[in-house]
Design a protein around this ligand. Sequence first.
Ligand code: GTQ
Length: 348
Amino acid sequence: MEAKTPDDTAEREAFYAAIEPESLRALWSVMGDIITPEPRSACLPFKWRYARLRARLLQAAELITAKEAERRVLILENPGLKGQSKITTSLYCGLQLVMPGEVAPAHRHSQSALRFVLEAKGGFTAVGGEKTVMRYGDFVITPSWEWHDHGNDSSAPVFWLDGLDIPLVQFLDAAFAEGYGADQHPIRRPEGDSLARFGANMLPLDHEASRPTSPIFNYPYERARGALEALRAKDEWDPCHGLKLRYSNPVDGGWAMPTIGACLQLLPKDFRTQPYRSSDATVFVAVEGQGRTIIDGQAFDWEPRDIFVLPSWREVVHEAAEDAVLFSYSDRPVQEKLGLWRERRGNR
Ligand code: GTQ
């Protein structure tokens, strides 16, 4: 269906002008813009170099403390969505820095957050009474409405990516937030508690799911990477993804977060993926190796810690110049729940 907008005759224009003050609009005059044959997004493909981001964050650290800022973060704003604090239409991405000795005070909000650790020699995040040390490549979850604070008790700055569903929650006008009133929420469980209870392919005997988010809050890189490494022996490469695993909620097997889906994929040296598109705009982080990603013919080369965004329904091809690992996140869980998610493999 390609709706053709009817011509704007003088009579019709006069009618549109007459009904506008009555808060009315003629569907046929806008149909082609709101019911499109395929996704039509203002979101643009774009890449941020980590070295640049890092330098800018260190400049920010001269201007403001983590405590005064509450969160010292530079938002990765999509150039097609300026002023909107979004990396895709539905998702947010920021890069956060906590300097040695600093704290980012405890607060909670309805938005869910993921952290993907980019540089750390210690430093922690605490969620709902448990602390986890952050290491390179760890995928850490802050569920909706859980108290959380961050701190850095190491001697080196800690940098991580924040992925949140801020635009999605904003769209629904369902956003709430509050400060805890102290830097840190009390610690109630020992470190590693959630991984012991839920991360050994076992569950506490009478566990009942009480929320839609995974009870594991740090998925260590070592384990995820180890799984990919073990699986490569089987030599079963998906033509469009290489070897791609999704982070799951051990309680129900679903996505680890209700609004954001996260994955880790391995592309072996010289692998070139088949053209692919999907309706979930996706944020990628290069974790290991060098390569490039071609989005509708536009090439973006990457190296570890670079971040790039793939808009909805654009054709993507990844090329790995050496063994490469990519982390990614998107709103796919939401689209799946609503029966909206689509993909297309190959060029038609
Ligand atoms: O660490 O709690 O990038 O509340 C944006 C909002 C990080 C956080 C962000 C937040 C946080």
